[in-house]
Write a protein that binds this ligand. Structure first.
Ligand SMILES: Cc1cc2nc3c(=O)[nH]c(=O)nc-3n(C[C@H](O)[C@H](O)[C@H](O)COP(=O)(O)O)c2cc1C
Length: 313
């Protein structure tokens, strides 16, 4: 039985509902090299519905000093700090390569101010290879910008409005779970012109070295991801699905077809694989295949049948 897997994520047409979560996949080049060297690899990069890049800022960002990653029970904490080479570097290196891969590219956009987000998008508007933007207003690992926009409905709306004015391309806005009411922020970014919402970014957490009696991360706070956050992400998708009319990209601890299906039932249109890429670099690619098999075994002809199809009980 052939299963229809294509979805439309706020204007971005994806041949299947699987992308990768920003920051866990670089711009895909290292993974593509690894995949092509793997005899069990099920396909090339463009077997994914889309690629989502690491966050891109206007100027280069150095990222955070000190320890940047530590493992936790069922997940990991990171404090990368949105390190990247800036939009010019991205365009002349990563994007040139991505353009040859024949896969929709979602560029994740970072900034310290609304103006900085806009400048990144304005520069990327000159590039044909960009299919959509994902505006990150939800990173807990930077001192200014990032999550400070995503925890305040008015600030989230303002950044979204400025980005909206800069592009007609599909505009995804990525939300943080570190708020009291995520539906308030979701409604604000929808009203300001977002075409879709990505959720969730990492959950704020910390690690302490008992022996040294010190914080593990220089900034104290870090972002929790992986299977540990899946229930938080599912609940966020479930609530936001009932609050807005625009499509949702579900992110958080997704490893298997069953995980992805749970997100579709909660209301997601597409899903992204993040931390799971680190333990299984072929995970995202296999997920698209596994979803097709899961649907076929359940007699589901079109993946869209699952969206929001949670039953009472
Ligand atoms: C090492 C690392 C770097 C990340 N960098 C970014 C980033 O640049 N921009 C962004 O929006 N999210 C970033 N994230 C958040 C992920 O895209 C994702 O929202 C989060 O990790 C939850 O998904 P997961 O549990 O599947 O990893 C990063 C996550 C990790 C683990």
């Amino acid at each position: 039985m052939s299963v229809e897997l294509s979805v439309n994520l706020g204007g971005l047409v994806m041949k299947n509902p699987v992308t990768v979560a920003s920051g866990t996949f670089g711009s895909g080049r290292e993974y593509a090299e690894l995949w092509s060297a793997s005899p069990s690899c099920p396909g090339p990069l463009n077997a994914l519905g889309a690629i989502t890049t690491k966050g891109v800022s206007f100027e280069p960002w150095a990222g955070n000093p000190g320890i940047r990653i530590t493992e936790t029970a069922s997940g990991m904490l990171n404090s990368i700090g949105l390190q990247n080479g800036g939009v010019e570097y991205f365009c002349s290196n990563d994007l040139v390569w991505l353009a040859s891969q024949n896969v929709p590219v979602i560029v994740n956009v970072s900034g310290h101010s609304g103006e900085e987000y806009t400048k990144v998008i304005q520069r990327l508007e000159r590039e044909e290879a960009v299919a959509a933007y994902e505006v990150n207003i939800s990173c807990p690992n930077v001192a200014s910008g990032g999550m400070s926009f995503g925890t305040d409905a008015a600030a989230a709306a303002e950044v979204t409005k400025l980005c909206r004015q800069a592009t007609k391309r599909p505009l995804l806005v990525k939300l943080t779970p570190n708020v009291t009411d995520i539906t308030e922020i979701a409604r604000a970014v929808e009203a300001a012109g977002a075409d879709a919402i990505s959720l969730i970014n990492t959950v704020a957490g910390m690690a302490i070295d008992a022996q040294k009696r010190t914080k593990v991360f220089d900034r104290g706070v870090a972002g929790l991801s992986g299977p540990a956050v899946k229930p938080v992400a599912l609940y966020a998708v479930y609530r936001v699905y009932q609050a807005v009319d625009i499509p949702l990209l579900g992110i958080g601890g997704i490893r298997s077809a069953c995980d992805a299906v749970e997100f579709f039932l909660a209301g997601a249109t597409a899903v992204a694989v993040g931390t799971a890429n680190f333990s299984d670099p072929l995970r995202a690619l296999r997920l698209a295949e596994e979803l097709s098999a899961w649907c076929a075994s359940e007699g589901i002809q079109d993946i869209k049948e699952l969206r929001g199809a949670l039953k009472d009980g």
